[in-house]
Write a protein that binds this ligand. Sequence first.
Ligand code: CTP
Length: 414
Amino acid sequence: MADIVLGVTGGIAAYKAVSLLRELTESGHDVTVVPTASALRFVGEPTWAALSGKPVARELWESPHEVPHVELGQRADLVIVAPATADFLARASHGIASDLLTNVLLTTRGRVVIAPAMHTEMWLHPATQANVRLLRERGAVVLDPADGRLTGSDSGAGRLPEPRAIAEAAQTTLAMASSGRATRSDLHGRHVVISIGGTQEPWDDVRFLGNKSSGRQGFALARTAIARGATVTAVVGHVDGDLDVGVPAGCAVRRVGTAEELRSVMHELVAQENPDVVVMAAAVADFRPVTSHPGKITKESLADGAAPELILERTTDVLAELVAKRGSSSTPVIVGFAAETPAEGESLTTRALAKLARKGCDYLVANDVSDGAVFGDEETTVAIIDANGDCDLRESVSKEIAAHAIWDAVRFDR
Ligand code: CTP
C-alpha cells in the first residue's frame, strides 16, 4: 500500500476530509495528515491523529532535526490536498514554501492530486483559474469542484467532490504510477465528452423501457481521463447505485433520461464545448414506445383479461449523427461502443469491424455481452478497433484497465 500525505487547508469543507482520511486508511494506505494552521481552526488535531493512527505533521519548526518537509515529501507516493483553498492554489502554483504543506509539495516527486473547494466567485476568478492552469501544466491532477450547495444558502461550482470520489481519483492516480503508465498527464489540455449509463424510454408515467447498463465503464473512462489530465463532461443516464457516489471527482455532469434528451445534450455540448474527443459509452435505446401514456395504464382501463399493446419506433442514432455533423473536420475524435452477441462461430472483431464501417466513427470498442456478461461486472473483455481495422483485444481486464487501453489507442494527429 502507498505512503500518502493528506494536506488539508482552511476551508469549511475540511470536515469532509475526515471521511476522505477514513476511506484512504481503510484501503490500507499509510496516511500522514498535514493540516495548515487555518485547517486546524475547522477540525482539530486529535481527529486527524486518531483517524490516521499517527501524529499530525503540523509545523516546519516541529522536530527540525527530522527535517519533516523533506522527509515527508520524499517518502510520499502521493500528495492529496483536499480541500484546497484559493490561497493554497496561489502559493502552490508559484512555488511559495511558506508552511509545511507547500514545502512538502516542492520536495515530493510523487503524484499530486488537488481538490479545490471555495465560493464560485473565487473559483472562477481569473487569478485562481490561471493558478490551476499552471498546476495542471506541471502535472498535478486538479479536480474541478462539483456544482451544488455551498456554505450558505447559495449554490454553484465550488463544492468539494464526495470523499469517496476523491479517494477513487487518488487510487486511479496511484495505480497509474505503479504500473509505470502515463505518469505524466498525456491528456493535459484535452476536453472529453463521455455519455454514460443507459437511457429510459417512458411507456406511461410509471413504466419505461430500459437496459442493463451500469455506467461502470463510462465512469472508469471519465476517472482515467481526469487522472491523465483531461477535463471531462459526463452525460449521465441511468446508472447503478447512488449517482453522487459513482460520478468521478472532477467531472462536469449533465443528467439525461431518454435517448432524445441524450441526443440534444450531446449536440449542445459538441457545439458549445468543442471537445477533442467524444465517447459514446452510453447504452442508448434503439427503440421507444410510440406514445407515452399520461398517468398509469391500469388493468381496469383494458378489456377483461387483455394486455395492452406496446408499439415501438426507432430512435435516432446519435453516434451516426455526430459523425455526419462533424463532416470532413478532424475534431472531435469520435469513439463508439458496441454491445455484441456474436452468433456461434462468428468473431467479436468481425462484427465490430462491420459496425465501425456502418457508423463511420474513428474507434469502436466492442464488448461481447452474450448471456448478460459485462453489464454491471467489475471486469470486461473489449476489442478496441480503429478505422484501419487494427485491433487491441483486452480479455478479462478491469474496466479501468480497459479505459486506459482506450485512451492509449486514441490518436489526435489523424
Ligand atoms: N448509439 C447511439 N444512438 C442510438 C443507439 C446507439 O448513439 N440510438 C450508440 C451507442 O452509444 C454506441 C453505439 O451507438 O456507442 C453502438 O450501439 P449498439 O447498441 O451496440 O449498436 P446499434 O447501432 O444500436 O446496433 P445493433 O443494436 O443493431 O447492434
